[in-house]
Design a protein around this ligand. Structure first.
Ligand code: NAP
Ligand code: HSE
Length: 427
């Protein structure tokens, strides 16, 4: 009997590719025709892998006339971008988990896809195993979404949780998350917030139906977070999380950013721990919803990739225009608000000389620069007679805060402003 299974070409058999292959290899709708890797001789944790499927030349996949779906699980821009473009021009549908490529080159990719009547699906690129792209594009399509607050990086959430709960050293936990397959090939992308910035760029683009430019997304990572800040945050009723957020103001301007944040223990995101991710959305008419689940790792990510593969495979041969709701329909570019013009609350940790009047001085400098304080506490005096002072501000403009920090740091009694972390504002 003729084999009617849809043929897939898989590019990349690393953490995610292995999970996809192991889960889907006995499926009765699709089959793997070829799998491209960098090094065929590399040992792989896959039982009875059919070595005859492997190639070191991904061009063989994107140019194979029998392959209808190309699954790109390599990551990065080169060679992924060119491979996907060639595949699209050859009429193949694409499934990818490549958030960097989507954030930087998504517009061109979706245009090429449309010109060739193909689809590009990317559920796994945002929040790993959590279904979020398809829900926004389908069941939430009637909503006007104006706010997203999310934990979108499993590696950093894992590191922050372990530092906070177990006092584990940063470097050790980073190594652990690399071994668990959560981190990117270069983990700088995770810890410095690039990965979350790529994800919020695409997520906000589809939620707001306006293109967000990734180079205008404000980004800060977690590498400067100290255990002393976590302890202070806990005492004040907060957890420190790497938050990716996107807001549309009433004039349609977008404030999109990634940075560590003191999150109130009363909020859902404060309780999203380890590799778990969560996306909180506010929209009309839905109101507020939060979706959470595993944000990285072999099988949770494979789950999203496989969902996309099967969604395409189920429609191939049944229609001339597959999955219309999953396509890219917007062309407007969002006007972005500069971080300096945003309004936030801040946590400051200041190391000062243990002199009389230093707290009063900090209060005066803040007041002179338009900043009200919600609290100011001298935590302890160290053996070298320096005092650690913790400040929480009321809402103020970032520009004013930065000017204030410059003035505080010039004061003779101040050694250093050791940490500046934004504080979540609850509605
Ligand atoms: P990975 O473990 O580093 O695997 C990358 C794979 O790509 C390897 O199999 C490698 O081959 C192959 N490869 C590299 N260059 C190639 C080339 N020129 N031609 C063919 N194959 C090539 O990466 P991963 O963690 O699976 O991530 C893959 C993608 O999924 C990335 O875009 C990543 O951001 C995304 N993602 C990952 C996760 C996660 O939890 N890991 C979650 C969501 C999304 P060799 O095996 O021979 O080295
Ligand atoms: N490195 C990413 C993370 C993989 O830790 O979240 C999932 O996209």
């Amino acid at each position: 009997m003729e084999n009617k299974k849809i043929k897939i070409g898989l590019i990349g058999l690393g953490t995610v590719g292995s999970g996809v292959y192991k889960t889907l290899r006995n499926n009765n709708l699709v089959e793997f025709k070829k799998i491209a890797v960098r090094d065929k001789s590399k040992p792989r944790n896959i039982d009875s892998l059919d070595m005859s499927l492997l190639t070191e030349n991904a061009e063989e996949i994107v140019n194979d006339p029998e392959i209808q779906i190309v699954v790109e699980l390599v990551g990065g821009i080169h060679p992924a971008f060119d491979l996907i473009k060639t595949a699209l021009k050859n009429g193949k549908h694409i499934v990818t988990a490549n958030k960097e490529l989507l954030a930087k080159n998504g517009e061109e990719l979706f245009n090429v896809a449309e010109e060739n009547n193909c689809v590009v699906l990317y559920e796994a690129a945002i929040a790993g195993g959590i279904p979020i792209i398809m829900p926004i594009k389908t069941i939430l399509a009637g909503n006007k979404i104006n706010k997203i607050e999310a934990i979108l990086n499993g590696t950093t959430n894992y590191i922050l949780t372990k530092m906070d709960m177990q006092g584990a050293p940063y470097e050790d936990v980073l190594k652990e998350s690399q071994m668990l397959g959560y981190a990117e090939a270069d983990p700088t992308g995770d810890v410095e917030g690039y990965d979350a910035a790529y994800k919020i760029t695409t997520l906000a683009t589809i939620a707001f139906r306006k293109r967000i430019k990734v180079d205008k997304v404000y980004r800060e990572g977690i590498s400067k977070i100290r255990t002393a800040d976590m302890k202070a945050a806990n005492e004040l009723g907060y957890k420190i999380k790497l938050i990716a957020s996107a807001k549309l103001d009433k004039n349609g301007n977008a404030d999109v950013r990634v940075h560590p944040m003191l999150v109130s223990k009363k909020s859902t995101l404060a309780h999203i721990d380890y590799v778990t991710n969560a996306v909180s959305l506010s929209g009309y008419p839905i109101g507020d919803i939060t979706l959470s689940g595993p944000g990285a790792g072999e099988f949770p990510t494979a789950s999203s990739v496989i969902g996309d593969i099967l969604a395409i495979a189920a429609e191939i041969g049944t229609t001339d225009y597959l999955l219309p709701m999953m396509r890219c329909h917007h062309h407007e570019t969002a006007n972005m608000i500069d971080i300096e013009d945003t309004i936030n609350k801040y946590y400051l940790s200041i190391n000062a000389k243990n002199n009389k009047g230093v707290i009063g001085k900090i209060g005066t400098i803040c007041a002179d620069n338009n900043i009200s304080l919600a609290s100011i506490v001298q935590k302890c005096v160290d053996q070298d007679n320096t005092a650690n002072i913790t400040v929480i501000t009321e809402l103020c403009r970032e520009k004013d805060l930065r000017r204030t920090i410059d003035v505080i740091e010039q004061d003779e009694f101040i050694n250093k402003v050791e940490s500046i972390i934004r504080v979540q504002t609850l509605n």
